[in-house]
Design a protein around this ligand. Structure first.
Ligand code: ADE
Length: 236
């Protein structure tokens, strides 16, 4: 998978060189390229924004630097349109099903906007060249798209085959197909300060352990995420 990211703060994306995604890049499972939007400006101040037509607070990102940066990323040999993901609180909500869909794709491009957003005409231009998806992490506002892109790239990247060493660990986690949250986990020592590991986990009875874990998952989901619990009941 190839991932391109355009941002005015390329340093934000350095975290992608660490840990699992860093390793995935080293072994060439994922190629990540970060581009500085200001490299696509020609004035002395490397201007990427201007005041909004119609008035209002804040600044709007100019369309032209985006088009130049994205044109540089477009590879004419690609048979399918790359997917352009624009992190924005006014997008569709990103979740595990979307992460799975995106993990199947060859080429993702992230356009990390700042300020009040990007000139709408950039999207009209981009839709002719990319499969454009506006994606929100959730109902809160960040200062820009970089942190959202980091989160989405990590969620997608770990689903690319080979990135996570043991694929079974992807099955038993929260937001996997059964729609339940993860069960609680414990490690040594079995007695820590005044707290003990639940007896059943020391019993060696795998069927009972599996049943207990399932109950814990259901209980947690009911308590913490009644929305997920109701959805699950409706689907049954
Ligand atoms: N940019 C600013 N806020 C955001 C959010 N909640 N999700 C995605 N991108 C954003």
């Amino acid at each position: 998978m190839r991932i391109d990211i355009v941002s005015i703060f390329p340093e934000y994306l350095k975290a992608l060189d660490l840990s699992l995604l860093g390793k995935a890049q080293e072994v060439d499972l994922i190629q990540i390229h970060v581009h500085d939007l200001r490299d696509y400006t020609f004035d002395r101040h490397q201007t990427v924004d201007d005041t909004p037509y119609g008035g209002g607070a804040g600044m709007v990102m100019k369309a032209e630097p985006w088009a130049l940066a994205l044109e540089d990323i477009l590879d004419s040999s690609e048979s399918v349109k790359p997917t352009l993901i624009v992190p924005t609180p006014s997008g569709e909500v990103f979740g595990q099903p979307v992460a799975h869909d995106l993990a199947e794709l060859e080429h993702l491009v992230f356009a990390c906007g700042r300020y009040e957003g990007i000139d709408e005409r950039m999207f009209d231009w981009a839709r002719e060249r990319f499969d454009v998806r506006l994606m929100s992490l959730g109902d809160y506002v960040l200062n820009g798209g970089e942190v959202a892109a980091l989160a989405m790239i990590e969620a997608v990247g770990r689903l690319v085959p080979g990135v996570v060493g043991n694929p079974e660990s992807l099955v038993e986690e929260s937001h996997s197909e059964d729609g339940l949250l993860e069960y609680p986990v414990y490690t040594k020592p079995s007695s820590w300060r005044s707290y003990d590991v639940p007896e059943i986990l020391l019993s060696g009875d795998h069927a009972k352990i599996a049943a207990w874990r399932r109950e814990q998952q259901e209980e947690r989901t009911r308590q913490r995420r009644p929305d997920l619990w109701t959805k699950r009941q409706d689907m049954a």
